[in-house]
Write a protein that binds this ligand. Sequence first.
Ligand code: IPE
Ligand code: IPE
Ligand code: MG
Length: 254
Amino acid sequence: MPSHPDGIRAPQIAADQMPSHVAVIMDGNGRWAEQRGLPRHEGHRAGIAAVYEMVYGALEIGLRHLTVYMFSTENWKRGTEEITTILGATQRELDEGPLRDMNVRQRWSGRPDKLPEDLVHSLRREEHRTRTRTGLTLTTCINYGGRDEITRTAAALAQAAREGEVDPHLLGEDDFARHLPHPDMPDVDLLWRTGNEQRTSNFLPWHAAYAELYFTPGYWPDNDRSDLWQAITEYSRRQRRHGAVPTPLTSPEN
Ligand code: IPE
Ligand code: IPE
Ligand code: MG
């Protein structure tokens, strides 16, 4: 794995302050290109290099799960050339990119319909080929929509109810989670969006319900692994309460 070009090393984060799952909305590729007088698709090409950087950074700092938003169910509204570049760059990465031989379990979240058959084939092939790897689980969201994921889960539950496997009156959150397309995906601890927008754009509404949110102004291709480490350092300073009262350092009863 190439080290950071300036020799910057991953910070030491205490195990109990470390997020398990970081999800990234990689935004700003188009504006990065426009700023340089380049066509938008050049921004997507540059964005792939930043994805590699994040994976190297995740492996170096010992992150377990990294999920990246590559193409949303809403991104079909864009021009054909731009869509073809995003999907083509993803396919090239899967077929010949540097992550192939790293200790990375590659997974895909999203719907197959409308995607090129070759891409769906490569996504499934890599999922299968890397399924026993242990270093990092990298989930790429392509043709992913949060509401779509919830709708498909509701359909799966309705089917299970019709078949008598679940009782609708007794359904709990755990039953819902078990019917998600990827039931083993953990909750998102940190949701990071680049590109100076403060919205979540239909990304992981179920998993990120209690995520810490982190927004940065820079365009995606200008980020490298040190920005991921910065995001994780910021997370490590947050106090998560999940609705409870903060625990005092020493309680008078003890
Ligand atoms: C994010 O960059 C990548 C995708 C949505 C595929 P954008 O292409 O949205 O970049 P901006 O927001 O137009 O700058
Ligand atoms: C979200 O970015 C989708 C991805 C990063 C793949 P968009 O640029 O498409 O989102 P909006 O249009 O700002 O909501
Ligand atoms: Mg955008």
